[in-house]
Write a protein that binds this ligand. Structure first.
Ligand SMILES: [Ca+2]
Ligand SMILES: [Ca+2]
Ligand SMILES: [Ca+2]
Ligand SMILES: [Ca+2]
Ligand SMILES: [Zn+2]
Length: 493
């Protein structure tokens, strides 16, 4: 590893004639003096390449990249700060490089890139919040661009500088260009905020208007009024909608890119749905973390947006990708569709291979519906919360109310018909009643905690029992009794 301390850093003030005056000389001492020409930096040592000129209140600042035989020296910099009188102050961060360092690479750039990406992927896997998750695939670091560079200092060497992206963000790796060894690899991006515009949860709920229609994805004044401007948190700074919890991996018309992380579109623009998926999944994952869970699909979940023509969306456990369809109302225009699909991703993450029986499948659908409506609670001002996918459903329900399904149908196990979405309404009603009895946060803690004990082919009754047990262990007998009552009402227990 490189150490900061071995770098020679010197700050000196010199005159324009190059005579060193004094260390730490005040930059403002010449204030009031007649301004001299600052149109160019004064003479600099050799092997420097001017990379940036900045203007401040007090003068100009010339930044140089240190070079060696034309190659950049990693981290080697030199700056001249020229005040208005022409007085120059130097910041010298150059590293020593032996004059005889050989700059012909033995390792091919593709080989170096592969080694770097392997190191980045391994670190990203280790950095997941808890251990024991080795079976879960971590997206491999994307192929980066390899550039030849020189690493200065006592162990000066020729390196390939490789930039790659992983779940941790953007990494820079230095690979020895003679031996192929990865010398250093570190994350260089910070999670940053962007801006976007979304429906939250959807226009029907926001405007309390059941008469809205899709009109073939046209912009409409009413729908514009339902948009709200939001902060997009946890972005990786790449200028794409990729962050700690969400990655828009694929999208009809291409993924949104903005170097200032500004993603404001209207609904007729297919990129609007990309922003919806990013924002709404980040919201629900931040909420999950706020409940204390650090390992519930706590990864950059891949999405494919508007890439399915039918009026359906789905989670594919074989690739861990959520695909949002564009039939009728674009599915990702309704946050409740996004949250429903994310519910499947949550269960697949917590219980490998979940959904191996009809009742487990129904629990999957019921949980997705429940997760959608509970996530809607804070943004719905009480508007018919148990109605699932109020906006998407305007395309295929007659009204006056538009709900794909509900979480308060009153169904019991007497109503089982063997279709997972239908039977999911039995389960979602139980979860809804737990939410009413315990309150949203307590109920969600109990329900998520219970999920960790599900078998992949669980029955309603077994899943109910571990949920009751979780309530007892987290909140005691009284809470467990309330949860039992909710399951008994559905004839599950
Ligand atoms: Ca749209
Ligand atoms: Ca996942
Ligand atoms: Ca749709
Ligand atoms: Ca709703
Ligand atoms: Zn589903």
């Amino acid at each position: 590893m490189r150490e900061q301390s071995r770098r020679r850093k010197a700050i000196a003030a010199i005159t324009t004639t190059g005579v060193v005056l004094a260390l730490g000389m005040s930059f403002t001492s010449a204030a009031g003096a007649a301004p001299a020409s600052t149109s160019a930096a004064s003479a600099v040592p050799g092997n420097l390449k001017l990379i940036k000129t900045k203007t401040s209140l007090l003068g100009k600042h010339y930044w140089y990249q240190q070079t060696f035989k034309g190659l950049p020296v990693v981290g080697g910099y030199y700056a001249q700060h020229v005040d208005k009188s022409g007085k120059v102050q130097i910041t010298d961060g150059r590293d020593a490089v032996p004059a005889n360092l050989d700059v012909s690479a033995k390792v091919a750039p593709a080989t170096a890139t592969k080694s770097a990406n392997t190191a980045v992927t391994a670190r990203a896997a280790r950095s997941r919040t808890t251990g024991g998750k080795d079976a879960t695939p971590v997206p491999a670091a994307a192929t980066g661009a390899a550039q030849l560079a020189v690493l200065g200092g006592p162990n000066a060497k020729l390196v390939w500088n490789v930039t790659s992206r992983s779940t941790e963000g953007v990494s820079r790796s230095l690979v020895d260009a003679k031996t192929g060894t990865v010398v250093e690899s570190k994350v260089i991006s910070d999670n940053i905020d962007g801006t976007g515009s979304v429906f939250d949860p959807n226009p029907v709920v926001t405007l309390k208007n059941e008469d809205l229609t899709d009109q073939d994805d046209k912009n409409q004044n009413a729908l514009f009024l339902a948009q709200k401007n939001v902060i997009l948190r946890n972005l990786d700074g790449s200028g794409k909608l990729n962050g700690t919890y969400v990655n828009i991996a694929e999208a009809k018309g291409g993924v949104a890119v903005n170097k200032n992380n500004h993603f404001v579109y209207q609904r007729a623009n297919d990129k609007f749905e990309q922003v919806m998926a990013y924002y709404q999944v980040n919201q629900t994952q931040e909420y999950i973390h706020s409940l204390g869970f650090s390992d519930v699909n706590s990864e950059s979940q891949d999405f494919s947006i508007n890439t399915f023509e039918g009026d359906n969306s789905f989670y594919d456990p074989s690739t861990d990708v959520i695909t949002m369809g564009e039939g009728g109302v674009d599915d990702a225009e309704d946050a409740e569709v996004i949250w429903h699909e994310y519910g499947h991703a949550i269960q697949d993450d917590v219980v490998p291979g979940f959904g191996e029986s009809e009742q487990a499948g129904a629990i999957g659908e019921g949980f997705g519906d429940y997760w959608a409506v509970q996530q809607s609670i804070p943004v719905s001002k009480g508007y018919d919360i148990p109605c699932v996918m109020d906006w998407d459903a305007t395309s295929y329900t007659d009204g006056p109310k538009h709900c794909l399904r509900r979480t308060d149908t009153g169904k019991t196990t007497d109503d089982i018909d063997g279709e997972v979405h239908d039977d999911g309404e039995i389960w979602s009603n139980a979860l809804w009643d737990i939410q009413k009895a315990l309150g949203r946060n307590k109920a969600n803690k109990v329900i998520l905690q219970g999920t960790f004990f599900y078998a992949p082919d669980t029955s309603f009754a077994d899943a109910a029992r571990v949920t009751v047990q979780s309530a007892r262990l987290l909140y005691g007998k009284a809470a467990a009794a309330q949860v039992t009552t909710a399951f008994k009402a559905r004839k599950i227990l």
